[in-house]
Design a binder for this molecule. Structure first.
Ligand SMILES: C[S@@+](CC[C@H](N)C(=O)[O-])C[C@H]1O[C@@H](n2cnc3c(N)ncnc32)[C@H](O)[C@@H]1O
Length: 345
C-alpha cells in the first residue's frame, strides 16, 4: 500500500500531450491512459524507478499541473458500496500507520463529469472527515495539511491515493488554484501573477522597484503596488483610472521599444505582453540593461502555433545569457501561455 508507481497527472485543458512528453522523457517506458481527453491521465512509471515523485519534483515538467498517487483502485459499482470501499481503505491506511493520530488531513475528491454515480463527491469527503475525526482523532482541513487524500472518480473506476502536499506539485485539488475576485479588481490577469508568487515562492516585498512591460490595464501593477514596490509601467494602452495619481507609480504610455530607462534601475521585471513570443523576447532583452544583476523576471509566454517546447527554447535563446531560467511552468491561470521565472546573471 505504500509503494506505487501509478499516478494521475493533470494539465491545463489541451496540454496533456505535452505533460506526457515531458514525463516520457524522465521515464521512457511509462504507460499512459487518458481519463479526460487532453487534460487528465493515468500513468504507470516502470516499476524499477524507486521514487518517481522525487525525480518529477527535481525536474518538474512545465505542463504537469498536478500529480496524485494511486495507491488503490476500485471498480465502480455505482452504489453506496463504493463509499464503503473507500472508508475501508482509509481505515487500513490508518492501521498501517500511514496516517497518524492528530494529523491534519485534506480530502480532495474529483469526478470526471462523465462518471455516472449516485453520490456527490462531497459525500465521500464527509464520510472521510467523520473517520478522521472520530477514529483517527485527526483534523480535517482544506489546506496546509500533513497529508492529502486524493480520490478520483472516473467513468469506470475509483482511484485513491495518499501523499504529502508537496508531492502533488500543488496542494490544490487538481492544481486548480482559486483566488477570491476582489470587488474592484482591475483585471483577471492579476491572478496569473498571484499564482506565480505562490507557485514559485516569490516574496515580492523584498524587491523595491519593478518594471511592468505590457502593463495595462494594470492588474499586475496593482499587485506590485500592494506589495509596496515602486512600479514603472509601460503600455501604449490606458492604465486603469484607479491607479492614476499613485505616487509609487510612473507610467510610460508608449510602446516598450520607444522607452529609455536608467541602467540597473529595477530589481524586478515583469512582462505580460500578449504578443508574438520572439518579438516580446527581443523587446524584453532590449530593456534588460535596466534590471540589476541578481534581479528577477517573470514573463508570460504566449504559446502560438502549439509548439510549446520550441517556443520556450527560442525565447530562452534570446534572453540567455543575460537571464537564466529558474523555472518554467504553465500556471492554472495561464490559458494558451506559460510563465517563466528567471534571474539576471
Ligand atoms: C494581457 S495585457 C496585460 C495585462 C496586465 N498584465 C494586467 O494585469 O492588467 C497585454 C498588454 O500588452 C500591451 N502591449 C502589447 N505590445 C506592447 C508593446 N510593444 N509595448 C508595450 N506594451 C505592449 C498591450 O497594450 C496590452 O495592454
Amino acid at each position: 500500500m505504500t509503494h506505487t508507481n501509478t499516478y494521475i497527472g493533470t494539465s491545463n485543458h489541451g496540454f496533456a500531450q505535452y505533460a506526457q512528453d515531458e514525463i516520457r522523457k524522465l521515464f521512457p517506458l511509462t504507460k499512459f491512459y487518458l481519463l479526460v481527453p487532453t487534460e487528465v491521465f493515468l500513468f504507470e512509471v516502470p516499476a524499477e524507478i524507486e521514487d518517481p515523485i522525487a525525480v518529477i519534483k527535481e525536474q518538474e515538467p512545465m505542463f504537469l499541473r498536478h500529480v496524485q498517487p494511486v495507491t488503490q483502485e476500485f471498480e465502480i459499482s455505482r452504489t453506496d458500496a463504493d463509499i464503503e470501499h473507500l472508508k475501508g481503505w482509509l481505515r487500513e491506511a490508518f492501521q498501517a500507520g500511514l496516517i497518524l493520530p492528530g494529523e491534519k488531513i485534506a480530502t480532495q475528491v474529483r469526478k470526471d463529469e462523465r462518471a455516472d454515480v449516485p453520490y456527490a463527491p462531497f459525500s465521500i469527503k464527509a464520510a472521510f472527515d467523520e473517520i478522521i475525526v472520530s477514529e483517527i482523532l485527526g483534523e480535517p482541513v482544506v489546506r496546509y495539511s500533513d497529508h492529502i487524500i486524493s480520490v478520483y472518480i472516473s467513468a469506470a473506476k475509483l482511484f485513491v491515493g495518499l501523499s504529502k502536499p508537496s508531492d502533488n506539485l500543488s496542494d490544490w485539488s487538481g492544481g486548480a488554484i482559486r483566488f477570491m475576485k476582489e470587488q474592484d479588481q482591475i483585471s483577471r490577469a492579476k491572478f496569473k501573477l498571484l499564482e506565480a508568487e505562490q507557485r514559485f515562492g516569490i516574496d515580492f516585498s523584498v524587491a523595491r522597484t519593478a518594471l511592468d512591460i505590457g502593463a495595462a490595464p494594470g492588474g499586475w501593477t496593482s499587485l506590485l503596488l500592494e506589495r509596496g514596490l515602486k512600479v514603472t509601467a509601460i503600455d501604449p494602452a490606458a492604465m486603469s483610472p484607479r491607479l492614476l495619481g499613485n505616487p509609487l507609480l510612473k507610467i510610460h504610455k508608449k510602446n516598450a521599444g520607444d522607452v529609455k530607462l536608467r541602467d540597473n534601475e529595477f530589481d524586478l521585471l515583469v512582462c505580460d505582453m500578449s504578443w508574438d513570443p520572439r518579438q516580446m523576447g527581443r523587446l524584453v532583452a532590449d530593456l534588460l540593461y535596466s534590471l540589476q544583476s541578481g534581479g528577477t523576471a517573470i514573463i508570460t509566454v504566449k504559446l502560438m502555433h502549439k509548439k510549446p517546447f520550441q517556443t520556450v527554447r527560442d525565447i530562452l535563446r534570446i534572453l540567455e545569457p543575460s537571464l537564466f531560467l529558474l523555472k518554467a511552468k504553465q500556471l492554472f491561470h495561464n490559458r494558451e501561455e506559460l510563465t517563466l521565472y528567471l534571474q539576471k546573471t
